[in-house]
Design a protein around this ligand. Structure first.
Ligand SMILES: [Zn+2]
Length: 395
């Protein structure tokens, strides 16, 4: 069983909002899973000297728009998933593979959407050697879907459905039936909220639609790009049970207000995060890190809380195991620090003042996938040192 030991950790941001910070300096991983947080072990197949850097879970981008494997026609994107991993993202969740040129939307066609989800799943079925974990195959909802369609995409591996092109108006019976079927087959229900999408084919959706449908996740509640009115957002914060997603594509002011509202209403545990890219907002390998800096520095929450929103919370909303540093969880981890020249002395202080942190090391399933430093952030002031040992012959 391959093992990995990390020592000399400066701080651990756990990703768990209930206990977001721990002060152990060591972590032991075996067979891709976290085994011990704080360990007396001295040896492992691979040893990482963290050089005092901050350890966090790999970031979970809960809102991306992949299409077929690494190719996404929006912005002619190819290779972007690997670039995002250099920005600390180790898991991505699709919010719909809807950026296919010529996708018929008027009217939305249920068969096309079902085949698209299946095709996208099959094009992403092989784990990427150098990229993040991808969760794709989100079924876009259209009038005319049958229960067997939900069963079929779930059997193929879909994990979510999304209301975006569905005509959200009276009568609501079919839409409510879709929510029920989705839950029956273990699919998370996501609602495109706010103003119309880039396609121009979606409809504005605010608190009325949210309370009627009761989706699991209100996508980009603070804008993607246009948010719902502020009072509607606050009623969802105060009265709904849904996860509330903030995205890089959104309205910065409304995003900060959402964090203030969630703090006031004791609802930070329902805030989740994504980038909503590639899309009109572009390709943003550092998008998740920038969101974390925004909500901590201007939203006035602790850096470790902001990290928990980007990891444990988002993982929980999508039924993922990753996102929390605790025994038994997948060992998807980052080591980060303050960038040389920043007024901050470590990653957490850096985030608190709104300075982008730098990434040294990224670990996925207990394997060091980015060893020396990220290609997408400036280097942190110190870099971790990775050493591989072999039982036969030392290093
Ligand atoms: Zn989107």
């Amino acid at each position: 069983m391959p093992s990995l030991l990390i020592h000399n950790i400066g701080a651990i941001a756990t990703g768990d909002l209930a206990q977001p910070l721990r002060d152990e300096q060591t972590l032991f991983i075996e067979d891709g899973l976290i085994k011990e947080v704080g360990t007396t072990r001295q040896k492992a197949d691979t040893v990482v000297d963290a050089q005092g850097l901050t350890l966090t879970p790999g970031l979970i981008d809960g809102h991306v728009h992949p299409v077929f494997g690494e190719f996404t026609p929006t912005q002619n994107s190819i290779g972007w998933q690997r670039f995002y991993m250099h920005g600390g993202t180790t898991t991505m969740v699709s919010a719909g593979e809807l950026h296919v040129p010529g996708l018929p939307l008027d009217p939305p066609d249920p068969k096309t959407f079902k085949y698209l989800a299946v095709l996208s799943l099959r094009c992403n079925s092989k784990p990427q050697q150098y990229g993040p974990k991808m969760q794709t195959g989100t079924l876009l909802l259209a009038p005319g879907l049958k229960e067997e369609d939900f069963a079929e995409v779930a059997a193929e591996g879909s994990k979510a459905v999304k209301f975006i092109f569905y005509p959200l108006m009276d009568p609501w019976d079919e839409a409510l039936q879709y929510v029920e079927w989705a839950h029956k087959y273990g699919l998370v229900v996501k609602l495109h909220s706010g103003g119309v999408s880039r396609s121009g084919s979606s409809r504005p959706a605010g608190s009325e639609v949210t309370f009627r449908l009761q989706p699991d996740i209100v996508a980009h509640i603070s804008g993607g790009p246009i948010p719902m009115p502020k009072d509607e957002m606050e009623s969802i914060v105060a009265e709904s049970k849904a996860f509330m997603e903030i995205c890089t594509s959104g309205n910065y002011l409304r995003t900060v207000e959402l964090i203030e509202m969630a703090t006031r209403h004791n609802a930070l545990d329902r805030v989740v995060m994504g980038t909503d890219t590639p899309g009109g907002t572009g390709i943003q390998p550092r998008g998740m890190l920038r969101n974390i800096c925004l909500i901590s520095s201007l939203g006035k929450i602790a850096p470790e809380q902001a990290i928990a929103i980007a990891t444990g919370n988002t993982g929980k909303a999508h039924n993922l195991q990753q996102g929390i540093i605790a025994p038994g969880r997948p060992a998807d981890l980052i080591l980060m620090g303050a960038i040389r020249g920043s007024v901050a002395s470590n990653a957490l202080d850096s985030i608190r003042v709104g300075d982008l942190p730098g990434i040294s090391t990224v670990i996925v399933d207990g394997q060091v996938v980015i060893k020396d430093r990220s290609e997408q952030t400036p280097p942190p002031s110190s870099l971790a040192k990775t050493t591989h040992f072999h039982s036969c012959c030392g290093e």
